[in-house]
Design a protein around this ligand. Sequence first.
Ligand code: NDP
Ligand code: N5H
Length: 257
Amino acid sequence: MQLSLQGKTYVIMGVANKRSIAWGIARALHAAGARLIFTYAGERFENEVKKLVATLEDDTALVLPCDVTKDEEIEACFAQIKEQVGVIHGLAHCIAFANKEHLEGEYMNVDREGFLLAHNISAYSLTAVAKAAKELMTEGGSIVTLTYLGGERVVQNYNVMGVAKASLEASVKYLANDLGKYGIRVNAISAGPIRTLSAKGVGDFNSILKEIEERAPLRRTTTQEEVGDTALFLFSDLSRGVTGEIIHVDSGYHILA
Ligand code: NDP
Ligand code: N5H
């Protein structure tokens, strides 16, 4: 069984710049011969995504707006994909957001609005886009989202995002159960800390990375390429028996006490 994705089409949601985990996934799928479609939220990142797409060998990829807080934008985005491409075979959901002030100090200081915002963008959005994507996955498919250890355990400062990731991980399982009968698999990759735009401004990110280099079984931090290659596996037929799973790509850090 080969890891070629020739003739297959995948939607990549959440490229902000070249450091984005979504871009690591895009590069892995592109190298395997897949056709890609990109979505972005804010206009501020439209040009960045288009610039990155231009660096690909096949630079004809569709680039569409899709702010996941807006039902009408999700609807319009997938309607356009249906019209221009027809069938898709997978979707990478690489989207999360919480207010910066809720990513430090005590978890319980989050207010209702901040709680709902984090859950809306980081958890509910997977269900919303899975439902839209299902209509285009008429040949079966694979949906992959990204989570972090802070959804399973208390990790300092992750706070409301940890609670949202717990919801996201439960959503993976319920969606896997709903969509399995259509030949659609749903899985998450729990990535170790990677320096991206989202991670910017996180106080002490250096010491988080240092602890991983010192203590993780593989004694090194996680790279975008490592996450990209596991996503490639999850999008390929090699993983055809895997659904509802959370795969840790974190140098083994999650097994430590
Ligand atoms: P990036 O900052 O590169 O990506 C975050 C993305 O979220 C951006 O592309 C942003 O889109 C998108 N986003 C935010 N709000 C919305 C919205 N309303 N609608 C659509 N998209 C939105 O960071 P990462 O690559 O690190 O993050 C990708 C995923 O990986 C997240 O789910 C994150 O929690 C997860 N993760 C990250 C880890 C890390 O250490 N970096 C570790 C484990 C998991 P736009 O730029 O267009 O606003
Ligand atoms: C334990 C940690 C460190 C503390 C928590 C970090 C949480 C990060 C996740 C969210 C997604 C970051 C976030 O929402 C940042 C925004 O408030 C501000 N940034 C932005 O608006 C930028 C411009 C845009 C592009 O960002 C987004 N998201 O839209 C966790 C770390 C060790 C690991 C980590 C960084 C995990 C993760 O989930 O990303």
